[in-house]
Design a protein around this ligand. Structure first.
Ligand SMILES: [Zn+2]
Length: 45
């Protein structure tokens, strides 16, 4: 599986950009500078 990728441009130059008050991890693409939330995978039981 690939690491986090930008949903806008597909770049993998994605960095964490803080956490929203609701606990969602915010990310920033260093290529297109868009911010987005990546849904964390649920761990397998
Ligand atoms: Zn991007």
């Amino acid at each position: 599986m690939k690491p986090n990728t930008c949903p806008a441009c597909g770049s993998d130059k994605v960095v964490k950009n803080g956490v929203k008050p609701d606990g969602k991890q915010n990310h920033l693409c260093k290529d297109c500078r868009r911010q987005f939330i990546i849904r964390e995978k649920k761990p397998k039981e």
